[in-house]
Design a protein around this ligand. Structure first.
Ligand SMILES: [Fe+2]
Ligand SMILES: [Fe+2]
Length: 293
């Protein structure tokens, strides 16, 4: 049994856990600025040649259907909009992080599809219902990173997961990874993920949603609604079999999560259609990251 501090020190100092591209932290911090400095951010992105070349590849892919080739970051901002470019930069950084992770117990493609699926689901529910006063891009990063603790622990602390089934079809409906992790490690993947994101300098708003995504009722009030939206979207993706982060599939989406957000579960059909229509984005990014050729 370890304390959270011992585990994080071990991951960072002994196992030399790689960090996420620091551009993500910069990008996310601009969310809090009243007037984001688009010029400055474009320069920061352009200073990273591999990020820029991937950004241009996605921007010129069939996903966006650009008629004329997009050749610079500035051009991408003008044609796709700052919000979309900001999201793409985060998507590319996270997909690269997943692709560069050494082999662990999770299938990286399944993990990636689950993460972007939850991000898309959060955004679509927000667009349909305006359940949050304002969020959007922040939901995207929260969804993308919510299970990063699963990826990290099943790679770097894999001894804790030995002999557990990794096929979601073999897991019963009452499978509870949190209890297993707490029993074996003393902490769970939500705590690991939050602590690592905090070390990397991501804003508290994001860190709290990750920390409480399996116990949203005790999340600090400021972030509780967004955490409910995350938990709901996570359940929807686990119900629809959108990717897999090793937490098992759910036979149904818990009704209580809809209620906590004041939403009607009847919208599930439309949410499903919207998520299925947008999930192709995950495939484009998989191709570009080299995880799937
Ligand atoms: Fe999780
Ligand atoms: Fe998840």
């Amino acid at each position: 049994m370890y304390t959270l501090k011992e585990i994080i020190d071990q991951l960072i100092n002994i196992r030399r856990l790689p960090t996420l591209n620091p551009v993500v932290v910069m990008v996310e911090k601009t969310l809090n600025a009243e007037e984001p400095d688009v010029q400055h951010l474009s320069r920061v992105i352009a200073d990273d040649p591999s990020l820029t070349s991937m950004l241009l590849k996605v921007a010129n892919s069939a996903l966006y259907g650009a008629r004329r080739e997009i050749t610079t970051v500035q051009d991408a901002v003008v044609r796709l909009g700052f919000t979309e470019v900001r999201k793409l930069v985060v998507d590319i950084s996270v997909v690269n992080y997943v692709a560069d992770m050494p082999d662990g117990l999770l299938d990286p493609i399944d993990y990636w599809v689950h993460s972007i699926g939850v991000a898309i689901c959060m955004e679509e529910i927000q667009q349909m219902t305006k359940v949050m006063d304002q969020n959007g891009p922040q939901s995207h990063v929260v969804g993308l990173l919510h299970d990063i603790g699963r990826l990290i622990s099943s790679t770097h602390l894999r001894e804790a997961y030995e002999s557990l089934p990794d096929n979601p079809d073999e897991l019963g409906w009452d499978w509870n990874i949190i209890e297993i992790e707490r029993g074996r490690l003393g902490i769970d993947h939500a705590q690991v993920g939050a602590a690592v994101l905090d070390r990397w300098g991501l804003p508290n708003k994001i860190v709290d949603c990750v920390r409480y995504h399996h116990e949203s009722d005790v999340c600090p009030e400021d972030q509780r609604k967004q955490t409910y939206l995350l938990a709901l979207s996570d359940s929807i993706c686990r119900n629809l079999h959108v990717g897999n982060s090793g937490e098992g599939y759910l036979p149904e989406v818990p009704e209580g999560l809809w209620k906590k957000l004041g939403l009607d579960s009847e919208i599930l059909e439309e949410v499903t259609e919207r998520v299925n229509a947008k999930i192709q984005k995950s495939q484009v990014l998989l191709n570009i990251s080299g995880m799937r050729n």
